[in-house]
Design a protein around this ligand. Structure first.
Ligand code: GLY
Ligand code: MN
Ligand code: MN
Length: 380
């Protein structure tokens, strides 16, 4: 991870800018403090990678307390000494449970309305804090996630580099499907190529889904050997400097029959239509609708049962969701700096499926593709 990046606008450090924006949103929600415990959010705000921890962000003053257990205290203290964290970050040792430590910190201050991450706080933790912290708890949905949705220059630079690295290995990965071996073996070799390309790890369990298995959108690789005429979905991704990229290609083993070609053309056209809709001010729902309309026109609407895409960043699935309107989620309007996948697919039980997935960045004037290459249905 690049250290001490600066926010171009005012010379403030990158992390100070993130904390400042979090405080602004919290203040707009009449909160006195925000308790952050989701690990990707903690990393986003502190650049410290931990497997546990809680950040208590006071909204009305500069205090920024990072509650950490023994495993991370030394590392965090060293990073603060090197001035790699946000200004004012203070490590608070946790010796018992995290809930006890959070309650003790909150009770030692004058805060009254405290936001907790609704999607990352268990019912047990909420109940315990409700009983022991003398504050009023407010559920927060996507507060940090919405900040993370707009990537800054440094994040875009990493995602661009990651997209290029992943794209460059696509031809080699597509060629792996030629040798009629079991899906699991091909998946292992894909993982190897992803690591050799320079990624620190794979972004998720690689999917190699052949023949009838390709009709299962998130199939796990099996011992099934690829055979002539199979549609094969290859879906893989890598993590670079903490950021995830994600791509899918579909190939045919041997000669593609007319129906495979039809499915492929439909998905390819749907993907193009969706990418063409990516422009600031457009809604994510409209991008989804563009892909869905094309597949409907091929009579394949029912075969496309998932969303068109998802945000990418520190998590492989994050905001924005590029899908149909959901009653439980706020609609998203596209803004410059958003990064997400466009991955329409069709799945026909018994026959197979096709998915084509690429990663895009919303720019001030439209769209930039972060992944590319080898778009045609390839007989192998
Ligand atoms: N590989 C998971 C996804 O495409 O969302
Ligand atoms: Mn994806
Ligand atoms: Mn994928």
């Amino acid at each position: 991870m690049t250290e001490k990046l600066f926010d171009a606008s005012d010379g403030m450090t990158l992390l100070d800018g993130r904390i400042m924006r979090l405080r602004e949103v919290a203040r707009a929600n009449n909160l006195d403090a925000v308790v952050v415990s989701h690990l990707s959010n903690l990393f986003y705000l502190t650049h410290l990678r931990t497997s546990a921890g809680v950040l208590v962000v006071d909204v009305n003053d500069d205090s920024l307390r990072f509650l950490l257990d023994f495993r991370y205290q030394t590392a965090a203290t060293a990073r603060i000494r090197e001035r790699c964290g946000p200004s004012g970050l203070e490590v608070i040792p946790v010796t018992g449970s995290y809930e006890e430590a959070v309650a003790a910190v909150l009770n030692s201050t004058s805060v009254t309305r405290v936001g907790l991450e609704a999607d990352h706080t268990s019912v047990r933790q909420w109940q315990w804090l409700d009983r022991h912290a003398h504050v009023s708890l407010v559920p927060l949905v996507d507060l940090v996630e919405r900040l993370r949705m707009i990537k800054d220059e440094g994040e875009v630079a990493i995602l661009r580099r990651a997209g290029r690295l992943l794209s460059e290995i696509v031809p080699d990965i597509m060629a792996l499907a030629a040798r009629k071996r079991p899906e699991v073996e091909i998946a292992r070799e894909i993982d190897q190529l992803v690591l050799e390309a320079g990624f620190e790890r794979t972004a998720f369990e690689t999917i190699v889904a052949s023949g009838p298995n390709s009709a299962l959108p998130h199939a796990h690789p099996t011992a099934r050997k690829l055979s002539d005429g199979d549609l094969v979905i290859l879906d893989f991704g890598g993590v670079l400097d903490g950021y995830c990229v994600d791509i899918s290609r579909t190939v045919v083993v041997g000669i593609a029959d007319a129906e495979c070609k039809r499915l492929y053309s439909a998905v390819q056209e749907a993907q193009r239509a969706a990418i063409d809709k990516v422009i600031p001010g457009e809604s994510a729902e409209q991008v989804d609708a563009a892909a869905r309309d094309v597949l409907d026109s091929y009579g394949l609407g029912e075969a496309f049962g998932h969303s068109t895409g998802h945000g990418l960043g520190l998590d492989v699935h994050e905001l924005p969701r590029v899908g149909r309107k959901q009653a439980s989620a706020e609609p998203v309007m596209l803004e410059s700096g958003m990064v997400f996948t466009i991955e329409p697919g069709v799945y026909v039980p018994g026959l197979g499926g096709v998915r084509i997935e690429d990663d895009v960045l919303v720019t001030s004037s439209g769209v930039e593709r972060l992944t590319y290459s080898a778009g045609e249905l390839m007989g192998t």
